[in-house]
Ligand binder design. Structure first.
Ligand SMILES: CC(C)(COP(=O)(O)OP(=O)(O)OC[C@H]1O[C@@H](n2cnc3c(N)ncnc32)[C@H](O)[C@@H]1OP(=O)(O)O)[C@@H](O)C(=O)NCCC(=O)NCCS
Length: 223
């Protein structure tokens, strides 16, 4: 059955063109993933915060090589766009910034990121997200980018606020973590408000974060 609205993002953006390198500024780039990144990703996933918020652990280096291959391959399928945040001069891995759950017809995608512990606290994630959003809106033509994080992930909420992703609401009990279900903040940035970024970075307040619960069991058996 034909659709009554046009496709917002052309599939050829991904199927016909190579994944670009995006300048982030301050000596950083977003570049496609390389096989040689595997060992550094393995080390990154030894960090408890990355494991906790991405709900994934890396048991072996071989397993991580497979993730990196999949991140590199996802571009041509048009389902996700994964970049390594890297030092422009040395190529050294600083983190990951990606678009996933891409819906090309509707022009929607979800942003995700992590930064290696040694590079945190310097605004690297929000600068990477800014570069990613600029490419997504201005080059690829996406209409809306969403960003979801646990309400207890204060650092991620700051990244969202600094990159002008408006808090639209709380999805109740929507993210399963090792300690149970978390309410999730839904932030979004729409193409038409993408130019608000420089002002928003400094003035937008972080929404109030509820106190972290003590351990919350994932499943409670009824007896
Ligand atoms: C969330 C994350 C990507 C932020 O990356 P970053 O480059 O450190 O981001 P910023 O420098 O903008 O810092 C964000 C906030 O982290 C806090 N922060 C500052 N220094 C920090 C440090 N050394 N270590 C941890 N957090 C720090 C601050 O609250 C800061 O907000 P502020 O700029 O208003 O002070 C990073 O902490 C991370 O990778 N965490 C684990 C994985 C994760 O949470 N991913 C997101 C899942 S939704």
């Amino acid at each position: 059955m034909p659709r009554s609205t046009p496709a917002i993002v052309a599939t050829e953006t991904f199927s016909r063109a190579a994944q670009p390198v995006l300048a982030v500024g301050d000596g950083l780039v977003l570049r496609p993933w390389l096989r040689r990144d595997g060992p550094e990703v393995f080390v990154a996933f030894q960090d408890p915060a990355i494991r906790r918020w991405h709900v994934r652990s890396a048991d072996t280096a071989e397993e991580v090589d497979d993730w990196v291959d999949a991140w590199a391959r996802s571009w041509t399928s048009g389902t996700a766009a994964n970049w390594a945040i890297a030092d422009a001069r040395t190529g050294r891995l600083m983190g990951r910034a990606s678009l996933h759950h891409m819906e090309l017809w509707h022009g929607e995608a979800e942003v995700a990121y992590w930064v290696v512990p040694a590079a945190r606290g310097r605004g690297l994630a929000s600068r990477a997200v800014d570069a990613l959003a600029e490419w997504a809106f201005e080059v690829a033509g996406f209409h809306r980018l969403e960003l979801r994080h646990s309400v207890h992930n204060v650092q991620s909420c700051r990244v969202a606020a600094k990159s002008a992703f408006t808090l639209e609401g709380v999805n109740r009990s929507a993210g399963l973590h090792e300690d149970g279900w978390h309410d999730m903040h839904l932030h979004a940035r729409v193409r038409t408000d993408s130019h608000a970024e420089p002002v928003a970075r400094h003035r937008r307040a972080t929404p109030e974060i509820p106190p972290e619960p003590a351990t919350q069991p994932v499943f409670r058996l009824r007896r």
